[in-house]
Design a protein around this ligand. Structure first.
Ligand SMILES: Cc1cc2nc3c(=O)[nH]c(=O)nc-3n(C[C@H](O)[C@H](O)[C@H](O)COP(=O)(O)OP(=O)(O)OC[C@H]3O[C@@H](n4cnc5c(N)ncnc54)[C@H](O)[C@@H]3O)c2cc1C
Length: 195
């Protein structure tokens, strides 16, 4: 079976029990029935890349999943997909006080980043009622606006750089958190708002 070939994740990182399939297969649009094959929990970019390669080889669709607070059903797995939950990639790695940037993983909860910013005497303004559950990866994929968007802008305006695993399994490092980067295309903006 295809799932047996995911030998690069531990047993705890793969769930196929009924409760997990139902919980992680759906988002806030709860009326659509979830039918995922499995839920997986990568802990790094490299594990995510391996999952993409596995999915390509086995012709299985992946559904990235954040806090599942989206209201358009895009994180729902209805047809035997494997849901990739980023909840175990929830580390805030570092703060650069000169550039005033934070380096964090995709599964960091929006509120966690807001609180971290506050601890540094700063302010992360993307804010909405789902802040306690939604993740930065989900905010980026939806280019979330929130209740302060008119004054402070969209998530897009707060992303200084990003690491992306593409559908072909390439790892792209985009913009490297640079404030001034005038060379070439700014591909980060092709991925922000991907939903
Ligand atoms: C009460 C409430 C209030 C809300 N208010 C607002 C608001 O004011 N403004 C606003 O913009 N939105 C709002 N939303 C919608 C929702 O909270 C946002 O869209 C949020 O950004 C989704 O984040 P999430 O982590 O929950 O993503 P999910 O719902 O899990 O996923 C959303 C999309 O992102 C993709 N995705 C998730 N993680 C990743 C990743 N790491 N890599 C690639 N793709 C990924 C999913 O496949 C899906 O397409 C609200 C929702 C609720 C329930």
């Amino acid at each position: 079976m295809a799932l047996d070939k995911i030998n690069f994740l531990s047993k705890e990182q793969i769930k196929t029990d009924k409760d997990s399939l139902e919980t992680y297969g759906k988002d806030w649009t709860k009326h659509i029935e979830a039918k995922p094959l499995a839920i997986v929990f990568p802990k790094s970019t490299e594990e995510t890349q391996k999952l993409v390669m596995w999915a390509r080889e086995n012709k299985i669709a992946l559904v990235p999943s954040g806090g599942r607070t989206g209201l358009s059903g895009a994180a729902i797995a209805t047809n035997g997909e494997v849901v990739v939950s980023f909840e175990k990639m929830n580390k805030i790695n570092s703060y650069n006080s000169i550039d005033e940037t934070v380096h964090c993983e995709a599964g960091v909860i929006t509120e966690q980043l807001q609180e971290y910013a506050q601890e540094q005497g700063k302010f992360y303004p993307v804010d909405f009622a789902a802040r306690g559950s939604s993740q930065i990866g989900g905010n980026v994929a939806t280019n979330a606006g929130g209740i302060k968007v008119v004054r402070y802008g969209l998530t897009r305006d707060w992303v200084a750089g990003m690491t992306v695993v593409t559908g072909s399994g390439e790892i792209l490092k985009l913009n490297n958190a640079l404030v001034k980067n005038a060379s070439g295309y700014d591909l980060r903006h092709l991925f922000i708002g991907s939903e």
